[in-house]
Write a protein that binds this ligand. Structure first.
Ligand code: ADP
Ligand code: MG
Length: 632
């Protein structure tokens, strides 16, 4: 038996490790399982190369919890270690790794979310154990099994032991302050969080299964059910993302979605299989979920793996912001994990990964659009927010999206931008050569304006996502000679100004008399009165919402854009008075002031009503007044 001193510079490294990442004690299990997996994969590899004598079979890992003995065991059938290897890899390599780790990160505790992953290795066992034993036997022929023991001080024991099988068994003698880990449910929870897709089967106890008995039964009778005890394997060693897209059917992708998010009952809209090995290595499957208002963005996020080990579900910096609402997995050994978030965002490889993901998503959307436009159109409502957000936040995506970003009309037709302009250019270009895109945000509320536009054979888009004002702003600044106006921004003749000049029936003088009379009857904090000569069939009073003001307000409500605190401005409307409507002429000519007032009120209220602005007491009064007028 050999005893020795672990070569150590700081004698108190274990307490440091223990204190460090206090909240993250659970990583010990992932580290030890990673080591066991590595050892097994190495064995498989060597066996393929013909360097292992005999068949290796199907090696598995096993985790055992013994509450009474206060032990957790992690057992593998991998390459094992010789005595010298334990000296080298455990006493020297692992230890120096731990030391270096603590040295490097002791000032960055706030980042423990990510630096807790990897790097601490074998010695993380001491975060929960006050004594650790290793029983190990190398795969190499003739090697003797050894037992190593260490109680967390720099002294260790190394001696020969009699272990029959190849592989390593780690025994953790759980410390008093970590006894929560002796709870089977706790360990099972950790295993299914971190190791659900590890490449080597992991056995954790047994479970009961009900099967149909093969005992003979009389004809017509159902076979009896029988309970049997089977090994409980907690992982799927071959998850869908590790396979080639050509090996998978649509249903396989759906099944995998269910496996990832067992509590998600809604099917995903479609998936994107990521698979690249140069200039970085990355595999994964992303899903577009159906977005719903009551969706919890903190739940069911994209999961990041490294070689099938779960790392985190915080993919900030790795996946572009606009795709964070997607679901699925990304697996890459090339993402540096033991660095801070800000460093991550500046990392060249990570930047490439992020732009690769953006490109793949754009390509997928483009091919969906090209191959089955109808079904793409049907999904548009569910995916538009993500796409529009992407167009606003990623220039490359904006360019690519020109081929598939859709602009639906109020009639349920869908155009891409170029098609739209082609369609409306002739009819909707104004006298200054600008093509005017009309849009509505609410079919019901803006009904009368939409109808007025339709009468002129204009197309009206239905743009109702929350960030649409930002998108419009962006389109106007990138497309030449195109401007957007919401249908209720003004009277239709003013929205698209053609050359036809309508002459006013009222003289200048008459107009000057009329304006103050009307102004006296509308609240001037919210309304600007505007006299206009329009078609005599157009309504006498129309309330419009000036495009610019409205858009700025919307933009500041959804962040960015209106930097001047526009969100707090009062609502501003225009009251457009049609000087060619006969009713307006009769208001002007009315000698009885009370009647005149009543006519203005009624006209104004009707205009409000058509903009859904008449409520409460005003509405009650309006109804009363209308009945009175009918009676007369
Ligand atoms: P890392 O895994 O990053 O190399 P660790 O501290 O986790 O660092 O492990 C140190 C070394 O100990 C490993 O590289 C490996 O050589 C050896 N080792 C640890 N666990 C096992 C095991 N279960 N089987 C064989 N070798 C192991
Ligand atoms: Mg390790």
């Amino acid at each position: 038996m050999a005893t020795g001193n672990i070569n150590v510079t700081a004698e108190n490294i274990f307490p440091i490790i223990k204190k460090f990442l206090y909240s993250d004690h659970e990583i010990f299990l992932r580290e030890l399982i990673s080591n066991a997996t590595d050892a097994t994969l190495k064995l498989k590899h060597l066996s393929k190369l013909g360097e292992v004598t005999g068949e290796i079979g199907e090696p598995i890992l096993e985790v055992k919890v013994d509450k009474d003995a206060k032990e957790i065991r992690i057992i593998d059938q991998g390459i094992g270690m010789t005595g010298e290897e334990v000296e080298k890899y455990i006493n020297q390599v692992a230890f120096s790794g731990a030391e270096e780790f603590v040295e490097k990160y002791k000032d960055k505790v706030e980042d423990s979310g990510i630096i807790g992953h990897f790097g601490l290795g074998f010695y993380s066992a001491f975060m929960v154990a006050d004594k650790v034993e290793i029983f190990t036997k190398s795969f190499q022929e003739g090697s003797k099994a050894v037992r190593w023991e260490c109680d967390g001080s720099p002294q260790y024991t190394l001696e020969e032991t009699d272990k029959e099988d190849r592989g390593t068994e780690i025994v953790l003698h759980i410390a008093e302050d970590s006894e929560e880990f002796l709870d089977k449910a706790k360990i099972e929870g950790l295993l299914s969080k971190y190791n659900k897709f590890m490449p080597i089967p992991i056995k954790f106890g047994t479970r009961e299964e009900t099967i149909k008995s093969d005992e003979p039964v009389a004809e017509g009778e159902e076979p009896k059910e029988e309970k049997i005890v089977v090994d409980n394997f907690i992982n799927n060693p071959n998850p869908a993302w590790t396979k080639k897209p050509s090996e998978l059917e649509d249903q396989d992708y759906k099944n995998f979605y269910r496996e990832l998010y067992p509590m998600q009952f809604e099917e995903p809209l479609f998936h994107i299989h990521l698979n690249v090995d140069y200039p970085f290595n990355l595999t994964g499957i992303l899903y577009f979920p159906k977005l719903t208002k009551n969706m919890d963005p903190q739940k069911d996020k994209i999961q990041l793996y490294q070689n099938q080990v779960f790392v985190t579900d915080n993919v900030e910096g790795i996946v572009p912001d606009f795709l964070q609402m997607l679901r699925g997995v990304i697996d890459s050994p090339d993402i540096p994990l033991n660095v801070s978030r800000s460093y991550l965002q500046a990392d060249g490889a990570v930047k490439k990964i992020s732009s690769y993901i953006t490109r793949k998503v754009a390509d997928k959307l483009n091919s969906l659009f090209k191959n089955d436009r109808k079904s793409f159109e049907e999904k548009w409502d569910d995916i538009k927010v993500i796409i529009e957000y992407g167009m606003l936040s990623e220039e490359k995506f904006f360019e690519k999206a020109q081929k598939f970003a859709l602009y639906p009309t109020v009639n349920g037709e869908y155009f891409i931008f170029d098609e739209l302009i082609e369609k409306i250019k002739e009819n909707q270009t104004d006298k200054d050569g600008k093509t005017v895109v009309l849009y509505a945000s609410d079919k019901k509320a803006q009904h009368s304006f939409i109808e007025a536009a339709k009468e002129k054979n204009y197309e009206v888009l239905l743009l109702d996502s929350p960030i649409v004002s930002h998108l419009i702003q962006k389109l106007e600044s990138t497309k030449e000679n195109v401007t957007f106006v919401r249908v209720d921004g003004d009277h239709i003749d003013n929205l698209i100004k053609k050359d036809e000049n309508v002459v006013s029936k009222l003289s200048e003088e008459e107009q000057e008399t009329l304006k103050p009379i009307i102004e006296a009857n509308v609240p001037k904090e919210n309304y600007t009165v505007q006299l206009e000569a329009m078609d005599s069939n157009a309504n006498p009073f129309i309330i419009t919402i000036p495009e610019f003001m409205r858009r700025m307000k919307e933009m500041s409500a959804t962040g960015g854009g209106g930097m001047f605190g526009m969100g707090n401005m009062p609502e501003m409307y225009n009251l457009v008075v049609n000087t060619n409507n006969d009713m307006v002429a009769s208001i002007l000519n009315e000698k009885d002031e009370a009647v005149q007032k009543e006519l203005i009120k009624q006209g104004f209220d009707l205009a409000k009503l058509s903009q859904n602005l008449l409520h409460g007491e005003e509405l009650t009064n309006f109804i009363k007044r209308s009945f009175e007028m009918i009676k007369k």
